[in-house]
Design a protein around this ligand. Sequence first.
Ligand SMILES: [Zn+2]
Length: 274
Amino acid sequence: MPTVLDEAILLRRFPYSESSLVARVFSRRHGKIGLLARGAHRPKSRFYCVLDHFDTLELEWRHQPGRELMELRGGDVKTRRAVIATDLETYRAGAVACELVDLACPAGQREQGTWERLSRCLDELSSGERPAWEAAVAFELGFLEEHGICPALELCASCGGAAPPPDPREERACFSASCGGRLCQRCSDEARDSGRRVGTMPLDVLTAASQLLRRRPEGERITPLDAPLLVRLKDFVERFIDHHLEVRAKARGEFLAADDRNTRAALRAQELSR
Ligand SMILES: [Zn+2]
């Protein structure tokens, strides 16, 4: 039975029998896979303290493609990011990123782009070089783009033309998650006529999302987003993902239980409370 060696990030782990562990990991070259770590709970096990969240691991397993669980043979920590779990918001941001991969990536499929984005996000969370939620939201937008479901942020999702605010006195563009994002007035009317849900989205949120996505990954100085805008950006991205995912993700459930933070009424309330 051939064994393979690959880098991996833990997505979820469950106890299995008395002393073993099942780990679902996202690996660099083999995508999302399930591993059985026999005896992992025994202090003398070679996996003891290896299978932790947010670290980049180096794992060796018996490769049996198509199997739901493959046997873990060896493991080591390549990049330790234990610091992520020491701050609640940073931990939550990391959990949201890992959970998205767990829920939305098909098993056994190599996804190089997603691997790089997830590693970068965890590095940023670990180094604290940008606000935790900015790193997580940037990852999520990149993930959506990687999978061809990123919302249209600048042009009309439907006709590809310009999509200026329908009311020039108001900085809001037509937006529909089910139509793929921002819309021009004409396409928004058509979508409404065909029974789709169309609303509006503040321009500052769309612009911030677009900038976060276009930012060059390495080297560029990052100016943190203004905190209230970051919360609204997170609201926008989480709701869009929630619309597209079939299952409600646990890590983002509490945040999404609140009312939409980008409606006119919510924005007015935020203005008043400042
Ligand atoms: Zn259009």
